[in-house]
Design a protein around this ligand. Structure first.
Ligand SMILES: *[C@@H]1O[C@H](CO)[C@@H](O)[C@H](O)[C@H]1NC(C)=O
Ligand SMILES: *[C@@H]1O[C@H](CO)[C@@H](O)[C@H](O)[C@H]1NC(C)=O
Ligand SMILES: *[C@@H]1O[C@H](CO)[C@@H](O)[C@H](O)[C@H]1NC(C)=O
Length: 333
């Protein structure tokens, strides 16, 4: 067991690398505040605190990882590498992260890749709403990840789920400020693995740019995103409460996204929209979305301006099946 007691502790870029020979899970208990060493450059590609190749890890406590990102964000230049994530988990299986706080990461707060069976519970993640690329929890190539009972507010996505993420559950999470809970961007790299089995349930979004979003590039990189359930969500002054955007950006000279989106259920979603087009389902002309359903959607416009636009939905390259309440009104058949 590694114990970080009360107090402030300064560490540079550090890697905890397995496999471990001990039988019990590796335990890291944090009560104090962990701060980065100033003026040390992180080695290329490295993050701040990385756990790698570990089977059985419990990271818990009420302590804080403070990345002091506010000292780096303003120096971020275009085309530079992204700034280091505060906590990276790579090839970590059977792990629990509980109770900890992450403040002002330089880059992502938590970055999870090639992991299996993780439970992140009761974490608090904060960064200002104008901090660049400070995603709360970012994952790829990971199976069976559960995020529960947590509070996430940053300058980017609260949770971002990219290629190769499967069987992911996000439940009882308060998101905001930030860009919402996103699947994507997909279609960013060549030969991306599919995304499937994503459930976002009983979450509240406050003053976010998006609520639940699926975004893909117009690119020739084909993959599938399927089996996605969004249910029991509350939106408070959210710009795009429900959004599929397959025109998010362009890679190469492709005109349309090759990502196919199928079986997406939105149900019991209520609250307020800061924009008039509260439901936007913009699918790819090359790959229309299939099996999209909306059930009991009860959103009200609570913004200002946009007097000439009706409170509405926009469906492009998708046939939606509707049931129950629909506000905004459904797209014309
Ligand atoms: C993830 O979901 C798929 C499809 O539902 C399933 O085949 C697979 O076994 C799941 N992985 C688990 C439970 O680890
Ligand atoms: C929904 O989430 C809130 C906190 O975000 C929690 O207090 C409540 O118990 C959750 N409800 C269910 C049914 O899980
Ligand atoms: C719907 O979205 C499409 C694609 O972004 C856009 O071209 C179109 O103008 C939108 N329609 C309305 C009524 O907002």
């Amino acid at each position: 067991m590694l114990v970080i007691p009360k107090g402030e502790f300064v560490v540079g870029s550090i890697l905890f690398s397995g496999p471990c020979s001990c039988e019990a899970p590796l335990m890291v208990q944090v009560s104090g505040t962990v701060l980065p060493q100033s003026h040390t450059k992180t080695a290329e590609g490295a993050e701040w605190i990385t756990f790698s190749s570990i089977d059985g890890l419990i990271l818990s406590g009420k302590g804080t990882f403070n990345g002091l990102g506010e000292k780096s964000w303003k120096h971020k230049c275009k085309g530079c590498d992204r700034l280091p994530a505060s906590l990276k988990f790579i090839k970590v299986n059977n792990a629990i992260v509980n109770g900890i706080q992450s403040v002002n990461a330089k880059g992502f707060h938590m970055m999870i890749s090639i992991c299996d069976n993780l439970w992140i519970d009761d974490v608090t993640i904060t960064a200002p709403d104008d901090s660049p690329n400070t995603d709360g929890i970012h994952m790829s190539k990971t199976n069976m990840l559960k995020i529960t009972n947590s509070r996430i507010g940053t300058g980017d996505d609260c949770v971002s789920i990219i290629h190769g993420s499967t069987n992911i559950t996000v439940e009882n999470v308060d998101c905001g400020p930030g860009h919402g809970i996103s699947i994507g961007s997909l279609g960013h790299y060549d030969s991306e693995a599919d995304v499937f089995g994503i459930t976002v349930r009983n979450c509240t979004f406050t003053d976010t740019d998006n609520g639940v979003r699926i975004k893909t590039y117009k690119s020739d990189s084909p993959s599938r995103a399927s089996g996605i359930i969004y249910e029991d969500l509350v939106m408070k002054n959210v710009k795009n409460p429900i959004i599929i955007d397959q025109e998010y950006g362009r890679r190469g000279d492709s005109q349309h996204s090759k990502v196919s989106i199928t079986d997406v259920q939105f149900s019991n979603i209520r609250g307020t929209s800061a924009s008039k087009v509260a439901v936007e389902l913009i699918c790819s002309k090359a790959n229309p979305c299939k099996g999209v359903s909306l059930k009991n959607i009860n959103l009200q416009f609570a913004g200002t301006g946009q007097a000439t636009i009706p409170f509405s939905s926009n469906c492009t390259n998708v046939k939606v099946s509707y049931s129950g309440t629909q506000s905004p009104p459904p797209c014309p058949p």
